[in-house]
Design a protein around this ligand. Structure first.
Ligand code: ADP
Length: 518
């Protein structure tokens, strides 16, 4: 672990407390004589402001899938004043740059495509991929609630889904691709609905600390208004009260190099991330400092479908993932396949890292035209991450592959496609897959990037945050990537949307159902 990273983090934690103290003085906080303490002990009590700057029934932190779903449901469940607090200048967090696949079982689109599925099967897939570390009740809530959540986005928000996709680790195709194959279809419609029903959206407002009363109930928070990411000194301190409850939907911490390295020292700043830059863990840590318990923080997912030839999430995941089960992934050093293309994210990312060099995913024109959305192909080719070749020889040469070995692998793969069975690696081959023969051929390099943090706050099936004393942290709910336990060791592709919408809705409803504390 890099020393400077740890030191920086520790310093910033100290600064956090110092800043909180200074802020308290500036705001003329009641001096109760109770010292500020770190960690769980602090849950006992904080010095509360004599005057709150703003008061709401329910305050939601984060404007992604989970936070916006919570805000809408809180409002619809009767909370009068609901606010969403977002630190960035733009809404949507990771959700808005998400690939737009919503995993749900037993839906109309699946039936239309002849796919048989059930919540039991989805749960089984989640638990198997999660290495049975998933908290079963949470995983079950998602698997059994996903269809209803998907239908809510369609019928209540007006979201449109066009296509059924597959993600490695699932038994069947159950990812419902939004019409623009982007999470923005859902986030933008959530935001529009939230505004329409009177939710107040506050941008550039960063939560720095939760405040608990004498009973240990979280009653509000300290924020920086007018915050300019990532300058912690920007903006002004203000105190926001939540009469009923707070819902934390602040997302994961894939972009927080210091925090991710504390939990997995291998994840240095040398590894890129698919996330938006605001995917940092300070709100999660603030909750822990107010007594919330965290879990499975070292299960951090690398996406196996990202490209070293473009920044962030990019276009390549939207090229690679639809091609698995239709095309081949090879090690350019040997020209051979090395791992089943339909394996789950962890299996594939680990296998690529073990190679020590980027892998190559490829497909022919039939597979690419059928599977890859045109804007992803065009975009990826535009920046050179996806390349087009007239012949297999040209493709092999471009990636420095042994041409004959590679062509022999393609022929072998084609024989597996003919009989729908991969004798070498056990890849799933879809019934509409065809041998890779139609020129031109397309290919992209693959090198993993930090994508999702499975760990986070412990919640129960009511989205109530649990404390280190195994009791609810009163007044605090959480949903989405900031929580832990739903996915265990591996989050399957397309289950993030289901998780966020299912638990966001639950959190919002339950937050609205709380009694006013004052
Ligand atoms: P999810 O997928 O769980 O809904 P997202 O990443 O889509 O998560 O959204 C989380 C949002 O929370 C992001 O827009 C992020 O900027 C915001 N956020 C994170 N930390 C804070 C914080 N300390 N204060 C306010 N907003 C925050």
């Amino acid at each position: 672990m890099k020393k400077d990273v740890v030191t920086e983090k520790m310093l910033s934690r100290r600064n956090f407390l110092k800043t909180a103290g200074e802020a308290a003085a500036v705001a003329g906080l009641a001096t109760t004589g109770i010292p500020l303490m770190t960690g769980q002990a602090q849950a006992a009590c904080d010095a509360l402001p004599k005057k709150w700057d703003e008061t709401y029934d329910v305050v939601v932190i984060g404007s992604g899938f989970a936070g916006l779903a919570a805000a809408i449901e809180a409002k619809n469940a009767g909370a009068k004043d609901v606010a969403v607090i977002e630190k960035m200048p733009v809404h949507g967090g990771n959700s808005i740059i998400n690939g737009g696949d919503f995993g749900a079982p037993g839906t109309k689109l699946q039936k239309e495509n002849g796919v048989e599925d059930s919540p039991e099967l989805m749960l089984k897939d989640m638990l198997r991929a999660g290495m049975y570390l998933n908290h079963p009740e949470l995983a079950k809530t998602v698997a059994y609630g996903a269809k209803d959540a998907l239908e809510w986005t369609e019928s209540y928000l007006g979201c449109k889904y066009a296509k059924l996709n597959f993600h490695g680790g699932h038994s069947v195709k159950r990812a419902h691709g939004t019409i623009n194959q982007s999470g923005s279809e859902v986030v933008n419609k959530e935001l529009a609905k939230a505004k329409e029903i009177g939710v107040k959206i506050q941008m550039r407002t960063k939560v720095v600390k939760f405040l608990s009363n004498k009973e240990g109930r979280i009653v509000g928070m300290e924020v920086r208004k007018g915050y300019k990411f990532p300058d912690d000194k920007s903006g002004k301190t203000a105190f926001v009260k939540a009469r009923k409850a707070i819902v934390l939907g602040s997302g994961g911490f894939s972009y927080d190099v210091a925090l991710r390295q504390i939990h997995d020292p291998r994840l240095t700043d040398k590894l890129g991330s698919t996330n938006h830059p605001g995917a940092t863990g300070e709100a999660l840590l603030a909750a822990c400092q107010s007594g919330a318990m965290d879990v499975q923080m070292d299960w951090i997912q690398l996406g196996p479908w990202t490209s070293p030839d473009e920044k962030g999430f990019g276009y390549t995941p939207l090229f690679c993932e639809p091609l698995v089960g239709y095309g081949l992934m090879v090690n350019p050093k040997t020209g051979k396949r090395f791992f089943k293309e339909t394996g789950n994210r962890k299996e594939r990312a680990d296998a690529i890292l073990l190679l020590g060099n980027p892998a190559v995913i490829m497909g022919d024109s039939y597979a690419v035209n059928k599977q890859v959305v045109p804007h992803a192909l065009k975009g990826g080719m535009g920046i050179g991450a996806i390349k087009k070749f007239d012949t297999l020889d040209d493709l092999a040469k471009a990636y420095d592959m042994p041409v004959d070995v590679f062509k022999e692998q393609v022929a072998r793969w084609n024989s597996f496609v003919e009989k729908r069975q991969d004798d070498d690696l056990g890849c799933m081959i879809f019934k509409d897959a065809k041998p890779t023969v139609v020129a031109p051929f397309y290919a992209a390099k693959l090198w993993p990037k930090v994508h999702h943090t499975m760990g986070g706050l412990v919640i129960d099936k009511n989205a109530q945050v649990m404390g280190f004393d195994f009791k609810p942290v009163k007044g605090l709910y959480a949903a989405g990537e900031v929580t832990g336990g739903v996915h265990g060791a591996v989050r399957l592709g397309s289950v993030a949307m289901a998780d966020c919408i299912v638990f966001g809705r639950i959190a919002g409803k339950n937050a609205a159902g709380e009694k006013n504390w004052s």
